[in-house]
Design a protein around this ligand. Structure first.
Ligand SMILES: NC(=O)c1ccc[n+]([C@@H]2O[C@H](COP(=O)([O-])OP(=O)(O)OC[C@H]3O[C@@H](n4cnc5c(N)ncnc54)[C@H](O)[C@@H]3O)[C@@H](O)[C@H]2O)c1
Length: 268
């Protein structure tokens, strides 16, 4: 990133990254740090967060790794309080944690359904509420960024529960934005398309799968592409933007799979 960091008006801001140990969370932490933020990195895997914290410190900002599981309701207030205490305040949160279970709706059991709602929606509700309560208590403006998915905006075959949970997150972000706007808290989401992350595309073969050639931009995105959007939405550059979901998908949702009509239909 070559732009002057002051451009984003984030100097000295304190950011909490949920799932900051790798992929989009790591990239978001590094982009926010380059723009002048100190960061607290929460991750299930403490070693990962430690490594990212070192990278942030190398950029000249403060960083704290926090070991925690946001799927444990009881840990959420402790995680937010710990971040606030270590950072000496809290202004921003980017929450990355989520993931899809693979299977048709007919194969989706109530247990899988509940697991997907928890991993992609329920924890985000609880952690965003905790951050908002902290901001309101301190009469502090703030910004919250969640991660939805293109799967929350169209049919999501073989990951229907995931799509429904991400659609829920998009709705939740709108309601949070409206209810918390009087407190100067902005809430937005990013809807990634196909992004090469350590967990999903861990081999070059998986990373270069068939779908990339169907994307309008002809390649998958990177965690940095998501981090750029997170930085924008968290910063004052987006100061009049709240309740929105920004597609970061290389044109995936804009594309029409059958631009010349359905196959076999010559009437257009
Ligand atoms: N990769 C894609 O193509 C794509 C597309 C659309 C949406 N998404 C969304 O992007 C987000 C990131 O996906 P990813 O595969 O990069 O993430 P990931 O599974 O690599 O997780 C990121 C970090 O979060 C940590 N983490 C996981 N569960 C946690 C928990 N309960 N508490 C604390 N930390 C936890 C992990 O240890 C990891 O370091 C998800 O919300 C996913 O649904 C991804």
């Amino acid at each position: 990133m070559s732009a002057d960091a002051s451009f984003f008006e984030l100097g000295g801001k304190k950011a909490l990254i949920i799932g900051g140990g790798q992929g989009m969370g790591e990239s978001s932490a590094l982009f926010l740090a380059r723009a002048g933020c100190d960061v607290a990195l929460v991750d299930l895997v403490p070693d990962r967060a430690d490594v990212v914290a070192e990278k942030v410190r190398a950029l000249g900002r403060q960083a704290f790794a926090i070991s925690g599981n946001v799927l444990d309701d009881d840990q959420i207030p402790l995680i937010v309080a710990q971040a606030e205490e270590k950072l000496g305040g809290l202004d921003l949160m980017v929450s990355i944690v989520g993931g899809a279970a693979w299977g048709s709706l007919l194969e989706t059991t109530p247990e899988i359904w509940d697991q997907q709602m928890h991993l992609n929606l329920r924890y985000f509700f609880l952690v965003a509420k905790e951050v908002a309560q902290s901001l309101i208590r301190r009469d502090q403006p703030g910004a919250i960024v969640g991660i939805a998915s293109v799967d929350g905006q169209r049919a999501a075959p073989m990951r229907g529960a995931y799509g429904a949970a991400k659609a829920g997150l998009i709705s939740l972000v709108q309601t949070m934005a409206v209810e918390w706007a009087p407190h100067n808290i902005r809430v937005n989401a990013i809807a990634p398309g196909h992004i090469v992350t350590p967990r999903l595309f861990d081999t070059p073969q998986r990373a270069e799968g068939y779908a990339a050639s169907l994307l309008p931009m002809r390649h998958r995105g990177t965690p940095d592409d998501i981090a750029r959007a997170a930085l924008f939405l968290a910063s004052d550059m987006a100061r009049y933007i709240t309740g929105t979901t920004l597609d970061v998908d290389g044109g995936l949702l804009a594309a029409n799979l059958f631009p010349r009509g359905l196959p076999g239909n010559n009437q257009g």
